[in-house]
Ligand binder design. Structure first.
Ligand code: HEM
Length: 459
């Protein structure tokens, strides 16, 4: 009996000591200028609340609660990491700009295990800059965009053609067929068929086993597939055909790993954006009507002139671009970026001490009524005034600074092509479904819809 009392007393003494130690530490931090906040429970911190909010329709409520208590920049402890969270667009901008290499990526363990230790999302310094410049230069080139437009169109049309015979379409799942095919096509310049199916299977296996894959992958099936395909598909004249060529040419395969890392950000994000666009459009008939009118007009013009679509045709559909911007703002597919300070940094009077992590929260900025009127409303017209310019600090779905997503333009192009062909081919009815945001943004029931081909009189 006595040992039970002894254990209780020990637990009570340890808890009091822990609280005292924590409040002394907090006082010191706060005197130095570290933002206020709570570290929550020992070990788990405030993770449970963070996760619980992620499962609701208002994932940003975790940030909102603390913002009201402590201000726009606060301290917390989530996913095993003590962290300073910024919901302030100006602070986020400084974190993203990363002048003088002050911040390095510092995703929590659960995310780094998924990305792999050598993901471009985690590399820093010369390697990141080199790979970023290579990929970005390639993806932005007009020649690439001209070629990929045809590939995306083919993929979209093929997939949509199958939808008319399906009783129910689970959009989140079916749409991945388009985006995966395009990503592989872009990276390795191969078409649908056996090789693509093998690669898709290999890739899915690879994602599952990501945690234990070594950095260079000689000998693995995926490595062999990529190498073989690159040899077969190269035009033999030394001109890069695809992103794989660019990476291989640069350093004889040293960057091969980065192609795979490149597929990871693109693999989930674009299909999620397309799925959520359909979700928001299903709930907003007025938006859908205007989107259809704009796209039907282009379709008629193209039919009359017998011209092919160019990538600029899609990108010049201004209301469609506004629908995409509004989808990205509301969806918050990447809800923020994680960094670690390499030295003490002071931003707007807040101290981020050396070695501390900082989360630049995009979702908080996108859902803040200081930045957007009625932030929860799906309102593409709001972009008519401002446009979705890259240097808008209140709109950062693709991040910013030296790590600005190199897939930005490709993503917009893919979503535009998909929306154009979808809304001018079918009308649809969506079943009830909900968006969940943790651990990643997705539809609870994969967004089931039923489609009906538009009658010839409409088109
Ligand atoms: C809607 C779609 C997409 C969204 C919302 C998105 C978002 C982002 C964000 C926020 C970052 C910055 C991460 C950071 O700073 O730590 C990023 C980086 C990156 N994204 Fe995307 N992305 C999308 C599509 C794509 C696609 C299609 C590709 C590939 C073709 C891609 C490739 C990359 C790469 C390689 C990086 C790392 C850049 C670097 O660290 O230098 N992304 N993306």
């Amino acid at each position: 009996m006595e040992w039970i009392w002894g254990t209780w007393v020990l637990v009570a003494v340890l808890t009091v000591c822990w609280y005292r130690h924590r409040s002394v530490k907090n006082n010191i931090y706060e005197r130095r200028g570290v933002p206020k906040g709570s570290s929550g429970w020992p070990l788990i911190g405030e993770t449970l609340d963070f996760m619980a909010c992620g499962y609701t329709s208002r994932p940003v409520s975790f940030m909102d609660k603390r913002k009201h208590l402590y201000g726009k920049v606060f301290k917390t402890h989530i996913l095993g990491t003590p962290i300073i969270v910024s919901t302030d667009p100006d602070v986020n901008k400084v974190v993203l700009q990363n002048h003088g290499n002050t911040f390095i990526p510092a995703y929590p363990k659960s995310i780094t295990e998924l990305l792999g230790q050598n993901s471009i999302l985690q590399t820093n310094g010369y390697l990141q800059k080199r790979v970023h410049a290579l990929i970005g230069g390639f993806l932005r080139s007009p020649q690439f965009k001209a070629r990929i437009t045809k590939d995306i169109e083919n993929s979209v049309k093929l997939t949509l053609a199958c939808w008319k015979d399906m009783h129910v379409i689970h959009v989140q799942e079916e749409i991945r067929k388009i985006t995966f095919e395009v990503l592989v096509k872009m990276l390795i310049s191969i078409g649908p068929g056996g090789d693509l199916d093998n690669l898709k299977r290999d890739f899915e296996e690879f994602i599952k086993g990501l945690i234990c894959v070594p950095i260079k992958l000689p000998g693995t099936r995926l490595y062999k597939s990529l190498k073989k395909l690159s040899i077969e598909e190269s035009d033999g004249k030394g001109t890069p055909n695809d992103a794989l060529d660019v990476l291989l040419y640069d350093n004889d395969g040293l960057y091969l790993w980065n192609i795979i890392e490149m597929m990871i950000p693109g693999e989930e994000t674009v299909p999620t954006a397309m799925t959520l666009a359909i979700k928001y459009l299903s709930d907003s008939p007025v938006v859908l009507k205007q989107l259809m009118e704009e796209n039907l007009e282009l379709k008629r013009q193209k039919a009359d002139s017998d011209d092919d679509y160019g990538w600029t045709d899609y990108m010049s559909l201004s209301f469609t671009q506004n629908v995409i911007s509004e989808t990205l703002r509301l969806a918050n597919i990447i809800n923020g970026v994680w960094r670690k300070a390499l030295k003490d940094v002071e931003i707007k009077g807040h101290l981020i001490p050396q070695g501390w992590c900082v989360l630049a929260s995009f979702i908080s900025v996108h859902m803040d009524e200081d930045n957007y009127e009625d932030p929860y409303e799906f309102n593409p017209w709001r972009w008519e005034k401002t446009g979705a310019v890259v240097n808008n600090t209140c709109f950062t779905p693709f991040g910013g600074g030296q790590r600005l997503c190199p897939g930005l333009e490709l993503s917009r192009l893919e979503i535009s092509i998909f929306l154009h062909h979808f809304v001018t081919t079918y009308s649809w009815i969506a079943e009830k479904d909900e968006i969940v945001s943790f651990p990643t943004v997705k539809m609870k029931r994969k967004l089931p819809i039923k489609v009906t081909p538009l009658s010839a009189t409409v088109v």
